[in-house]
Design a protein around this ligand. Structure first.
Ligand code: ATP
Ligand code: MG
Length: 384
């Protein structure tokens, strides 16, 4: 019965002059994600309308549209004419057999339409009541019949399906997300995409301790995340030489801090290379003893790049809940040894000073180590 989908966005509707840029991006993202499961995807007076093929796969479309940032909700709808008799007939057909109460919710993008929303609610409401003998309930109706009037058509539906909200991926610039195989960094990348950023991933591995499987795991994680951003890139950066040098020269209490500083210095090069604007981490204050504000300051001072850590104030439980919802959790909990915890003290420093740590780094040939790691890194394109 449905021949179209009406897509509503939340926040992008409030973006003033940028609105059409946001809408076009959203249309582009919808087209990409739906592959060829549609006839057309068009902007239409503050909404997007997808015309469906005759034999569309409802469950597949539902799943795909539920994972697109920028969509607040969507509805499978009957696209009809502006003829009142047809609107009445369609509205009535969308009231399920066993409904005890209903209401009509009309909106009119076409102000030339002969009836106001208020009048349309009453006229259609009366028609349904006359035919179904059921109660109108404006507060808690079991069924709501939605009618949207545009210039040439009406769209009528009875269900709104929630999607992710946020902004369309690609409207907010590019970021480099440091992804480990853990629970946090995939979630933190998800939140950046939610705000419209395109995320490029970087993973550091030490081939002397990390097995091939752990790299596969990170690739799998990025693959899951490509459900939300359909095209991305993953930098795989070898870290063993850097770690070898650090282990040789630096006291074990400070190694973790210096590992992370190197990750950021390398991320800065990737950022320049990619023309990106920020580096993203999954860091979280005090999740482990060494994640103090003092250490974060020392780590972040290694780069002049903007660092964003969207999970900074989350509880672990909250992060896990999101990880489960976005389907990264099952992968993240597979056994895996992160190179950050390689050969570090049982009690790493919880207080540190950027200048002191910089002095410790003087023994290392920073520039050469960084250049070499960049040169030996490989990139992998990931396309959903
Ligand atoms: P996660 O669950 O993301 O691993 P975590 O709570 O275990 O985070 P750490 O291991 O201290 O915390 O790492 C903090 C952040 O540093 C990670 O969220 C990630 O952004 C980055 N990071 C750590 N290890 C790596 C790695 N091997 N490659 C890329 N980034 C990393
Ligand atoms: Mg970790």
């Amino acid at each position: 019965m449905f021949n179209s989908i009406v897509v509503h966005y939340g926040e992008i509707g409030t973006k003033g002059k940028n609105r059409s840029f946001f809408e076009k991006k959203l249309v582009e993202n919808i087209k990409w994600n739906l592959k060829n499961e549609f006839v057309s995807v068009k902007r239409l007076y503050g909404r997007i309308v997808i015309d469906l093929k005759e034999n569309y796969n409802k469950e597949l479309l539902k799943e795909k549209l539920s994972n697109i940032f920028g969509i607040a909700n969507f509805s499978f709808a009957v696209k009809s004419s502006l003829d009142m008799e047809e609107i009445k007939k369609t509205s009535l057909s969308l009231v399920p057999e066993k409904t005890s109460s209903f209401r009509v919710n009309s909106s009119r993008a076409n102000k030339n339409f002969q009836y106001s929303s208020f009048d349309l609610n009453n006229l259609i409401g009366k028609h349904i009541q006359d035919n179904k003998k059921i109660e109108v309930d404006l507060e808690n109706a079991e069924t709501t019949i939605y009618i949207e009037i545009t210039e040439n058509n009406s769209f009528i539906y009875n269900e709104k399906i929630k999607s992710l909200g946020g902004l369309p991926v690609g409207v907010s610039g590019k970021v480099i997300s440091l992804i480990s195989g853990g629970i946090d960094s995939p979630v933190s990348s998800f939140y950046m995409m939610k705000r419209g950023c395109s995320v490029i991933y970087a993973h550091f591995y030490n081939s002397s301790i990390n097995t091939k499987q752990s790299m596969e795991k990170v690739i799998d994680l990025v693959n899951v995340l490509s459900k939300y951003q359909f095209k991305t890139k993953l930098y795989l950066v070898p870290f063993e030489n850097i770690q070898k040098e650090i282990i040789k020269e630096v006291n074990s209490r400070y190694r973790m801090i210096i590992y992370k500083r190197f990750m950021l210095m390398i991320a800065e090069k990737i950022l320049e290379n990619e023309n990106a604007q920020a580096v993203v981490t999954g860091e979280n204050v005090a999740q482990v003893a060494s994640q103090t504000t003092s250490n974060l300051n020392t780590i972040y001072k290694a780069t002049k790049s903007l660092i964003l850590a969207p999970l900074i104030g989350f509880d672990k439980d909250e992060i896990i809940q999101v990880a489960k919802k976005i389907k990264t959790f099952e992968l993240s909990i597979l056994p895996y040894e992160d190179c950050c915890s390689f050969m570090i003290a049982e009690h790493p420093a919880t207080k540190s000073d950027p200048e002191e740590v910089e002095k410790l780094e003087l023994k290392l040939n920073k520039k050469q180590l960084i250049e070499e790691a960049i040169k030996k890194s490989v990139t992998k394109k990931i396309i959903n």
